[in-house]
Design a protein around this ligand. Structure first.
Ligand code: NDP
Length: 391
């Protein structure tokens, strides 16, 4: 029925390939392209059905345009890094092909985590008659859908949202990140920020925490962080008073991170070393385990969800919507750990809803702008079952 071009053969890209191949009636043809062809070859060998592969430097719009002209996809799924979002969107505009991603654009030299650059494509995408779906991973992605679902079925007005992300995954390494180390460390070392009564409140990195009793995991310390879905939810959930994002980290992870930060290895500005310009965080990434290699070793669970409070029929109400995912089960199914899995499955579902025209539009959209029901139904079918607990 539809042909997709997936760009980025890392942990998430690999899951998207496997999950698309499981739904042949929607994804009849799958192309995978990335900077390093051997990574595509490896995924191709493990895939259950034949796929086409190609090498591309997605920083270069011309190369992406040529690739799209060769592959003739109905949709481009961007699972490369946030740095490539705009060059791939430009190529989609030129070739008039729909676009989907899981993370917002980031300029390489500054950690911003903001949608402005991509929202600025709204008129151009609308005028070309094509659609961009932004942030169709888990967080952002499913967490936004959980809020839209709460809004549709449980509340007249949502007032408070707390997004809670726990991961007890143990990979046996002294220090490793579960997705791209550069993006992960940029996110964690950035200042915290949350939305309250129309304004953004900034906090020092990881300076605020609370304990939360996660289903199937137990009590864990969760730290307040900024996360990109806060920006779109503040815009798209009318009347919301406060939105915060919390993530758990082990003491071991935080201790390592503090030392790396103190010695300057998390810096993203260039440093001259023996005549070469080196970005310390990029160098650190080269030393750390590749997230895609953690699959066979990771044990434990993720639990990600939203505590939502608001008013229904004049009464105060609070719900918790969440998913629990097991690292080892994900590995058995698609050969990846749960962080890549929980991102790749929603990317596939977003793509499926676009290709089948269940979700359609002209312009640039965040996932919470569409009807959440079909997405929620597909999560149960494709490996990320969810629960709603009413307090
Ligand atoms: P990886 O680092 O494992 O994979 C990224 C892939 O993109 C690599 O194969 C890399 O190629 C490729 N790539 C990088 N630069 C280019 C380029 N210029 N041209 C072509 N390919 C390129 O990262 P993940 O799979 O862990 O993450 C992928 C995306 O998913 C990231 O944007 C991340 O932020 C997002 N994400 C979203 C989440 C969510 O819930 N919304 C959660 C987790 C991740 P090479 O092999 O040559 O380095």
């Amino acid at each position: 029925m539809g042909r997709v071009l997936i760009i980025g053969a890392g942990g998430v890209g690999s899951v998207v390939v496997h999950k698309c191949l499981q739904v042949e009636e929607v994804f009849s043809d799958v192309w995978l392209a990335s900077r390093t062809l051997s990574r595509c070859e490896k995924i191709k060998e493990q895939a259950g059905r034949p796929i086409e592969i190609a090498q591309v430097d997605a920083d270069n719009t011309r190369e992406v345009v040529d690739l799209i002209n060769r592959a003739q996809p109905d949709l481009v799924i961007n699972t490369a890094l946030p740095y490539q979002d705009l060059s791939i969107m430009d190529a989609c505009l030129e070739t008039k092909v729909d676009y989907l991603d899981t993370a917002n654009y980031e300029p390489p030299d500054e950690a911003k985590f903001c949608y402005k650059w991509q929202w600025d494509y709204q008129d151009r995408f609308r005028d070309r008659g094509i659609m961009a779906l932004l942030g169709s991973g888990f967080d952002p992605g499913v967490t936004n859908i959980f809020c839209a679902y709460g809004q549709k079925h449980y509340f007249d007005t949502i007032e408070y949202i707390d997004i809670l992300d726990a991961n007890t995954g143990d990979h046996g390494h002294p220090f490793a990140t579960n997705f791209n180390p550069e993006i992960n460390i940029r996110e964690v070392t950035a200042k915290g920020k949350y939305y309250e009564t129309g304004a953004w409140v900034e906090t020092d990195p990881l300076s605020i925490h609370q304990s939360f009793d996660f289903p199937e995991i137990g009590p864990r310390k969760a730290y307040l962080m900024y996360h990109e879905e806060l920006e779109s939810l503040a815009k798209n959930i009318p009347g919301v008073k406060r939105i915060r994002f919390w993530m758990t980290f082990s003491d071991n992870y935080l201790n390592h991170l503090e030392v790396l930060k103190n010695v300057g290895l998390t810096r993203i500005d260039p440093v001259e070393y023996e005549g070469l310009q080196i970005i310390p965080l990029k160098f650190l990434k080269a030393l750390l385990p590749d997230p895609a290699s953690l699959g066979p070793k990771t044990k434990g669970k993720t639990c990600i969800g939203c505590v939502i409070e608001g008013i229904k029929d004049g009464k105060r109400k609070k719900i918790y919507t969440y998913n629990v995912c097991d690292h080892e089960e994900c590995y058995r199914e698609v050969g990846s750990q749960a962080i890549s899995y929980t991102t790749g499955v929603p990317a596939m579902i977003g793509a499926m809803l676009m290709l089948t025209r269940v979700w359609q539009g002209r312009g640039v959209f965040n996932v919470e702008e569409f009807d959440p029901d079909p997405f929620m139904a597909k999560l149960n079918i494709h490996g990320l079952p969810w629960h709603v607990k009413e307090y």
